[in-house]
Design a protein around this ligand. Structure first.
Ligand code: FO1
Length: 311
């Protein structure tokens, strides 16, 4: 199976899929347009969120970062007078140090990520959407803001009026992603932000064609439940960008790409609208509060994939 994912929501479903599939049967293609450089280090928040979650190391309260973390290095950075707005923990820092060193030595992000994930015992294949740097820059009334500046430093306060993916035209689908899409029996779009997590993956030149070229079922899970985002600013972002803030609104964004759509029981009223887009709909409990929830949702998604002809 091949899943497309952003950060926390995507990582949770990926963990559910990993738990119910045979070891090695899952690849996760992860958004890297949130990546940025901080204090000379290359930080890849979504890749790390998925990696720590699949390794069983994630901080359960935040969903990102490592469990049992300390912030000694960050305290020292503050003591030197830096604004420590992005909370890099001591254990997490090791990941960024090694990643940066290996990237500087000329190793591709795909290879670096595979090495880090294997060392942490992750039994799925973790794939960055591309090896080239891509940066999400948001158009706001305050001017253009880099993603983490908007998301963490300014706490998503500004209205998002547009999204630019800087560097996307030079990005290429890595051979490992192409292979994984070629071999998979189904493609799953995790309940991640459709605008800043899934859209950048789909925007890598050649990615949509690869997806469309496969005649396997593609199933998406709604990140919007009862008209609100499960996490993060997706609901406000959809509204300010002119999309309908509902499960059906998300389904419409995936029209032509997706054959199956999973939405929460709370949104049963939208089933007919989604079916009208040519998608088979499954209503279930789409909110993942704990590990059993993740596994149950993963089974529902896989069962919809089988119904649509996977396997
Ligand atoms: N999110 C925050 O809201 N505040 C932070 O200080 C923060 C630090 C951080 C460090 C490492 C990492 O991998 C992720 C981190 N995140 C933090 C999460 C991250 O910025 C966002 O969740 C994603 O980029 C959105 O998908």
């Amino acid at each position: 199976m091949c899943a497309l994912a952003g950060g926390v929501g995507g990582a949770k479903l990926a963990a559910g899929l990993q738990a119910v599939l045979s070891p090695g049967d899952l690849s996760v293609v992860v958004n890297t347009a949130d990546d940025f450089d901080l204090w000379g280090l290359r930080v890849c928040p979504d890749l790390d969120t998925v990696m720590y979650t699949l390794a069983g190391l994630a901080n359960k309260e935040t969903g990102w970062g490592v469990a049992d973390e300390s912030f000694g290095a960050l305290g020292m950075i503050s003591a030197y007078g830096e604004d420590a707005w992005f909370k890099l923990g001591d254990r997490d820092l090791a990941t960024h140090v090694l990643r940066t060193q290996r990237l500087h030595a000329g190793t591709r992000l795909t290879t670096v990520t595979a090495g880090l994930a294997a060392a942490l015992g992750v039994r799925s294949t973790l794939l960055p959407m591309c090896d080239e740097p891509v940066a999400t820059v948001l158009k706001t009334p305050e001017g253009p803001l880099e993603f983490q500046e908007y998301f963490v430093r300014r706490q998503q306060r500004e209205e998002v009026l547009g999204v630019e993916l800087r560097g996307i035209e030079s990005a290429r689908v890595p051979v490992e992603v192409a292979r994984s899409l070629f071999e998979t029996e189904a493609i799953i779009l995790c309940p991640s932000n459709p605008v800043v997590s899934i859209a950048p993956i789909l925007a890598v030149p050649g990615m949509r064609e690869l997806l469309a070229g496969r005649s396997v079922p593609t199933v998406a899970v709604s990140p919007i439940v009862g008209g609100r985002a499960l996490k993060g600013p997706a609901d406000r972002m959809l509204r300010s960008l002119g999309h309908e803030v509902s499960a059906a609104g998300v389904a419409r964004m995936y029209e032509g790409l997706v054959d199956g759509f999973v939405l929460d029981r709370a949104d049963r009223g939208e089933e007919a609208g989604v079916s009208g887009l040519g998608m088979r709909v499954r209503a279930t409990d789409a909110v993942m509060r704990d590990e059993p929830d993740r596994e149950r949702l993963a089974r529902e998604v896989l069962s919809l994939c089988s119904e649509l002809g996977a396997g």
